[in-house]
Design a protein around this ligand. Structure first.
Ligand code: KG4
Ligand code: ZN
Length: 332
C-alpha cells in the first residue's frame, strides 16, 4: 500500500510517500522559519498562505523522486490536528480533494501520534510496548505506548512546553527564532557551572513538568548582568540547557521505573538536542534500558511521520472520518 502523507499544522509543509512493503520512498519539506523569523514567531495567516503555495509542488517532487504517479497512490493521510486551524486546512483540503479525484481513502492523523510513532521509521526500531517522550514546541508529554492507537498519558507539562521554553529563553537572549537550535549551539561554548538555575518539579514525585519558572529564572538572571556579552550569554544557555536536560532525564527515569518498560522512544523537535540525547543515552546505559530516536531529519515536523502513522491506522482497519480539522485535540 502506497500512502501519501501531508503535514501543514504549523510552519512546515511536509509531504512524503510511505510504502508499507518498501518503507519510506520520498519525503520533502519546506520550512517557513525564515519567513516568520522577522516577526519572532509564527504568523498564522502567513503560514496558511505559504502552505497553499508549497503543498502541490512538494507532492509532485515526492512522486517524481519515487518514480510514481498520482494513480499509484492507495491512500492519503493528513494531519487533522492539533495545530493552527487555517494551516491545518491546507493539508486537509488537498488530501480530501485528491481522495475524491482518485477514489482513494483519506485518513486524518493526530500530529502527536505521528511524532511518537516516528522512531519506528528508524533502524533498529523499538517494539511495542514502550515509553514515549514527546518534546516539541507545543507539547511535553510522557506516554506509555501499548500499540497503535493505545496510548496512556503518564505525565505532561503544566505550563510551557520544552520547546517553547527553549524558544522563549532564546528570545530573551536575543538569539532569534526558532530559538532551540540557536540556543543549543551557543551553549556549546558556554560553562554550565557559572550560573545555577532551578530544576522545576524534578523531585515532585509525579511525571508532570513545569518550565515557566525556569524561563522566569533566566529573565531574573539576565536582568542582574551588568553586561550581556557573548560569553555570558553562552554560559546562561549552557546552564539553561543543563537544567532542562536534568529535569527531562529524571522524569524519563521515573516513567521507566513506574511502567517497568525497557524501551524509551524520544520524539518531537527538542529530541534533536544533542545534550538531551547524550544525557538520556548515559542514563539508559546505566539503568539498562534502550533509547530510540527518529532519524534527525524526522525529529521536527514532517510528512513522513504522517504517512507512516496513517499507514499504521489503515492497516489496523481504521477508515477515514468526515472532512474536518481539529485545532485542539488530545491524543490520550
Ligand atoms: O516538533 P516540532 O518541529 O514542532 C512542533 O510540533 O512543535 O518542534 C519544534 C520545537 C521548537 O520549539 C524548536 O526550538 C525545538 O523544537 N528544537 C530544539 C532543537 N531543535 C528544534 N530545541 C532544542 N534543541 C534543538 N536542537
Ligand atoms: Zn510537531
Amino acid at each position: 500500500m502506497l500512502v501519501l502523507g501531508l503535514e501543514s499544522s504549523c510552519d512546515e509543509t511536509g509531504v512524503a510517500l510511505y510504502d508499507t512493503e518498501y518503507g519510506l520512498l520520498a519525503h520533502h519539506l519546506h520550512t517557513q522559519m525564515a519567513m516568520h523569523a522577522e516577526y519572532g514567531g509564527v504568523v498564522p495567516e502567513l503560514a496558511s498562505r505559504d502552505h497553499i503555495r508549497r503543498v502541490l509542488p512538494l507532492t509532485e517532487a515526492c512522486l517524481q523522486e519515487a518514480g510514481k504517479t498520482r494513480a499509484d497512490i492507495d491512500a492519503i493521510a493528513f494531519t487533522e490536528g492539533p495545530g493552527l486551524a487555517g494551516a491545518l486546512l491546507t493539508a486537509a483540503a488537498v488530501a480530501n480533494g485528491l481522495g475524491v479525484a482518485l477514489g482513494k481513502p483519506v485518513i486524518g492523523v493526530h500530529h502527536l501520534e505521528g511524532h511518537l510513532l516516528s522512531p519506528l521509521l528508524a533502524s533498529p526500531r523499538p517494539d511495542f510496548p514502550f515509553v514515549a517522550l514527546l518534546v516539541s514546541g507545543g507539547h511535553t508529554q510522557l506516554m506509555a505506548v501499548h500499540g497503535v492507537g493505545h496510548y496512556e498519558l503518564l505525565g505532561e507539562t503544566l505550563d510551557d512546553a520544552a520547546g517553547e521554553a527553549f524558544d522563549k529563553t532564546a528570545k530573551l537572549l536575543g538569539l532569534g527564532y526558532p530559538g532551540g537550535p540557536a540556543l543549543s549551539k551557543l551553549a556549546e561554548q558556554g560553562d554550565a557551572s557559572r550560573f545555577t538555575l532551578p530544576r522545576p518539579m524534578q523531585h515532585s514525585g509525579d511525571l508532570d513538568f513545569s518550565f515557566a519558572g525556569l524561563k522566569t529564572a533566566v529573565l531574573t538572571l539576565v536582568k542582574k548582568q551588568a553586561e550581556l556579552d557573548t560569553q555570558t550569554r553562552a554560559d546562561i544557555c549552557a546552564a539553561f540547557q543543563a537544567a532542562i536536560v536534568d529535569v527531562i532525564s529524571s522524569k524519563c527515569l521515573g516513567a521507566m521505573k513506574q511502567t517497568g518498560l525497557k524501551q524509551l522512544v524520544v520524539a518531537g523537535g527538542v529530541g534533536a538536542n544533542r545534550q538531551l540525547r547524550d544525557g538520556l543515552n548515559l542514563m539508559a546505559a546505566r539503568r539498562k534500558f534502550k533509547v530510540f530516536y527518529p532519524p534527525l531529519d524526522l525529529c521536527t515536523d514532517n510528512g513522513a511521520m504522517i504517512a507512516f502513522a496513517g499507514a499504521q491506522r489503515l492497516m489496523h482497519a481504521q477508515t477515514a472520518g468526515p472532512f474536518a480539522v481539529r485545532p485542539r485535540w488530545d491524543l490520550a
